[in-house]
Write a protein that binds this ligand. Structure first.
Ligand code: ATP
Length: 270
């Protein structure tokens, strides 16, 4: 790997049906990433340019990585996962070199999707670039912009970036020809929460008494990641009670537990 946290997956094991809610986001990604990768001639004939880069933004744990993996799989593209903070290196010029190498690899392994998580780590707007560390980050960002500008919208490499902090991004990233398609990935609504519970509970052994609507009501404000945690926690509670099935009471107890954990985390951030 070019950097230690880098992950290259030839065929991710996530499909659209593993994602609860987010129908609109999936539809849009299919249109602007999957279709151009699979049928570039369609776009060439019509004379329209798909975006080179798409930015996903929203709270943590809402399925941004999951979406990017699923689009890669369904586009038969190699999935290249990098965390932008890894681009910020100690030595001068190293961040830019890593960016260059990631793009070279993506071209070699095309069709491919580069997923850049936490893009704000290098893409936040900076008011002053006084220190050498800040200058280095700035150079890395310039290299990323140059790479984006350097390829064609119909090349078989696409970039998906993700952030929880769209408000602090440098507008240079969002200019036409760069990350010019912005897709919000919000917390799931009631229906989305039912779907996500369904996805995880259907893999588990559950009792008849489970009321999905009630648990979806009790989990307002939960992310997909929180819901997955609730299901796992309910499984542990069932095991501790020597049962081989998850019951409604286990889920309710697990919801309380995750709710308290979320509250503690929020108060730590304050
Ligand atoms: P972060 O901003 O923290 O990187 P993210 O938005 O990329 O988060 P994911 O890594 O995709 O979130 O999701 C975390 C975990 O939560 C996933 O492994 C997945 O199992 C679960 N999850 C999140 N959202 C959904 C969803 N909509 N449907 C099903 N599972 C979900």
């Amino acid at each position: 790997p070019i950097v230690k946290s880098m992950e290259v997956i030839e065929k991710p094991n996530v499909t659209y049906s593993d994602i609860g809610g987010l129908e609109e986001q999936i539809r849009e990604l299919r249109e602007v990433i999957e279709l151009p990768l699979k049928k570039p001639e369609l776009f060439r004939e019509l004379g329209i340019e798909p975006p080179k880069g798409v930015l996903l933004y929203g709270p943590p744990g809402t399925g941004k990585t999951l979406l990017a993996k699923a689009v890669a799989r369904e586009s038969n593209a190699t999935f290249i996962h990098v965390v932008a903070s890894e681009f910020a290196q100690k030595f001068v010029g190293e961040g830019a070199r890593i960016v260059r190498e990631v793009f070279e690899m993506a071209k070699r392994k095309a069709p491919s999707i580069i997923f850049i998580d936490e893009i704000d780590a290098i893409g936040a707007k900076r008011l002053d670039i006084g220190t050498s560390g800040e200058r280095e980050i700035q150079r890395t960002l310039m290299q990323l912009l140059a790479e984006l500008d350097g390829f064609n919208p119909l090349d078989n490499v696409k970039i998906i970036a993700a952030t929880n902090r769209i408000d602090i991004l440098d507008p240079a990233l969002l200019r036409p020809g760069r990350f010019d398609r912005i897709i919000e990935v919000p917390l799931p609504d009631f229906k989305g929460r039912i779907e996500i519970f369904n996805i995880y509970l259907k893999k588990m052994k559950t009792s008849e008494d489970i009321n999905l609507e009630l648990i979806a009501q009790l989990t307002e404000g939960f992310s997909g990641a929180d819901i997955k945690n609730v299901c796992t926690e309910a499984g542990y509670i069932a095991i501790r009670s020597n049962r081989n099935k998850i019951m409604m009471e286990d889920l309710i107890e697990a919801i309380e537990k995750i709710k308290n954990k979320k509250k503690r985390m929020e108060s730590n951030l304050e």
